[in-house]
Design a protein around this ligand. Structure first.
Ligand code: SAM
Length: 232
């Protein structure tokens, strides 16, 4: 059975699409989607040999070789320049890695209408990349599974009907849509982040050669979290 985290990611793929799952590991997501939707096709991209071999095995075991193509390569380089991939999934990595995969692969994003990202940490950096690169955040979710809290951020290429709006620093941090619809899991995450940030600030204040700019930046973030936790 697929994890709830990846099930959530799968809900954002449209039927009959052609998508690339970058850093696919076992290729569970593309296999699941292609088993559910007989008209879907996918690329499972992997940069490491071990996961690449696992992906090949999973695809073979489900008899999906004709619809899930496993490719070895770094990030979006597994996609050919003129290939009509409409959706990209990048899940289960840190936000800074996701951001650099997108940045390095801009040439491969020409036909891409939607990017579904599931950053394990630093979702802010991913949202910032979307906001700076003509992708509008159209859906977000936050879920808890096995003691971890995961965020999924969905972004669609800007169109006339769906124009880009510059997001504020606060929206980038919390997620523009998560902020509008605060769930129990959202509050749980930010209570925890508040405590962590408080500890970090205290340590920084006690350190020799204090980094005052950084302390000020973190204090501001702490204030934002406090406001958000109060429901403001
Ligand atoms: N996407 C799956 C998920 O969400 O469950 C697997 C996540 S796994 C923790 C991260 C995978 O990304 C690893 O299999 C790793 O080999 C792969 N990876 C890391 N950097 C990559 C890159 N630049 N290009 C492609 N794959 C990468």
């Amino acid at each position: 059975k697929l994890s709830n985290r990846l099930l959530q990611v799968a809900t954002y793929l449209s039927k009959g699409g052609y998508f690339a799952d970058i850093g696919s590991d076992h290729a569970y997501l593309p296999c699941y989607v292609c088993l559910q939707d007989k008209t879907a096709k996918a690329i499972a991209g992997e940069v490491n040999e071990g996961p690449y071999q696992s992906a090949l095995r999973t695809v073979k075991s489900y008899g999906l070789n004709d619809r899930v193509e496993v490719r070895l390569g770094d990030g979006l380089a597994v996609i050919d320049n003129d290939e009509k991939v409409d959706h990209i999934v990048i899940a289960g990595m840190g936000g800074s890695l996701i951001k650099s995969i997108l940045e390095d692969g801009k040439a491969q994003l020409k036909n891409v209408k939607r990017i579904i990202a599931q950053p394990n940490v630093d979702a802010r950096g991913v949202r910032r990349w979307f906001n700076d690169n003509h992708f509008v955040i159209t859906n977000e979710s936050i879920i808890e599974e096995n003691g971890h809290i995961y965020e999924v951020v969905v972004a669609d290429l800007e169109t006339k009907l769906n124009p880009l709006k510059q997001l504020t620093e606060k929206q980038l941090l919390f997620g523009p849509l998560l902020l509008e619809n605060r769930t129990d899991v959202f509050y749980k995450k930010w209570k925890h982040e508040y405590d962590k940030l408080e500890q970090v600030i205290n340590q920084m204040k006690n350190a020799q050669g204090q980094d005052l700019d950084k302390i000020e930046k973190f204090e501001l973030e702490k204030l934002w979290i406090k406001e958000v936790l109060r429901g403001e």
